[in-house]
Design a protein around this ligand. Structure first.
Ligand code: TXA
Ligand code: MG
Length: 320
């Protein structure tokens, strides 16, 4: 079993020797390796059982460091200055120092500046950036604690830096400036409205995220092992009265089902709090022998948009 701790020097030394280290970020935990070393990066794909056609996000210490690895056009710079460090990833034209293994052959690299003190300190100790996908086996729910990383990856990760539970709890927003528009590749804590108000440009959803495509845009993702359905909770409680049901709801308990089987993400109707607890709850339910999970649509605003997206990808009907 991999060790969990707060030893930054140990983490840095392991990364310098091309080993994998679990790192905390404000979104979810990452499985990090030296982004400039192909022999380190290949270990990420192996440990996660991730197809090599699915590219990785590169994590750097600050906006200045982005320039070493990618071209920051003026609009992307504006977005970076507004939202970095933070739960925000930019797709940028890569410089040749970033290998095709990291970008899966694409001329674009995904870069982000995490806003988590321990990982910032780690990046300051290193002379290279960190490639890091979410630290879960490919296809499963992203980890929001060090323990989740350990449970999912066992001894496939050398060490896990423990920075406590993630503040945001959902993966970063991914955006790309293209033809005077902003393409939203993944929803997250930074919303389309925020990007529009900073740049004055229109934000368009990436078609791929809606349809079904290669790379990380797989429709099914983040899935629980327990089949998940979305609809009208009171009606579904009645319809599946003979099943062992768990409910994931936004802000309230429903009639007709044992309260112990109901997971209310935010009794105060706070979407940020709901986002922070979502993945933990999905994992927790998988520990029990429920026949199915029933959930509902969350308010379509702020982090509710990203919550609906992640739950949507976990639905039984979207499993391949
Ligand atoms: O919040 C986050 O972004 C977390 C933390 C650890 O930073 N990372 C994360 O990584 O969610 P991952 O690998 O689980 O998701 C990254 C997504 C994938 O869907 C991948 O396909 C996409 O970003 N991506 C990465 N590089 C890309 C590229 N060059 N072009 C297009 N999509 C890219
Ligand atoms: Mg992931």
């Amino acid at each position: 079993m991999s060790q969990i701790g707060e030893n930054l020097l140990k983490a840095a030394t392991l990364l310098e020797s091309d080993e994998l280290v679990g790192i905390p970020t404000e979104t979810v935990y990452g499985l990090a390796a030296n982004a400039l070393s192909d022999s380190a990066v290949i270990k990420i794909f192996e440990a996660k059982n991730r197809p090599t056609f699915n590219p990785l996000i590169v994590h750097v210490v600050d906006i200045d460091a982005i320039n070493k690895y990618a071209e920051l056009d003026p609009i992307s710079l504006k977005l970076a200055e507004a939202f970095m460090p933070g739960p925000f990833t930019l797709l940028l034209n890569k410089k040749s120092i970033i290998s095709d293994l990291v970008t899966a052959g694409s001329a674009k690299v995904a870069i982000r500046v995490p806003n988590q003190m321990m990982t910032t300190k780690l990046l300051m100790l290193l002379t290279f950036p960190l490639a890091a996908p979410s630290a879960n086996p490919s296809g499963y729910v992203s980890p929001t604690t060090a323990l989740h990383v350990q449970e999912g990856l066992k001894d496939k990760v050398s060490y896990i830096l423990d920075g406590g539970p993630c503040d945001v709890g959902l993966e970063s927003t991914i955006a790309e400036v293209s033809n005077n528009q902003i393409i939203l590749h993944r929803t997250g804590a930074i919303t389309a409205e925020q990007m529009e108000s900073i740049t004055g440009l229109k934000v368009v959803a990436n078609e791929l995220t809606n349809k079904l495509a290669s790379a990380g845009q797989m429709k099914s993702h983040y899935a629980t092992k327990t089949p998940l359905y979305r609809g009208d909770i009171p009606e579904m409680i009645k319809e599946y009265a003979n099943k062992n049901i768990a409910v994931i709801s936004f802000n309230k308990l429903y009639e007709g089902l044992n309260n112990g089987h109901q997971y209310v993400l935010s009794p105060n109707s706070d979407l940020n709090e709901a986002a922070k607890h979502l993945f933990e709850v999905m994992r927790c339910i998988d520990e029990f022998q429920f026949d199915m999970i029933i959930t509902e649509l969350f308010p379509d605003e702020g982090l509710g948009i990203a919550i609906n997206d992640r739950l949507g990808r976990a639905l039984e009907i979207n499993k391949q």
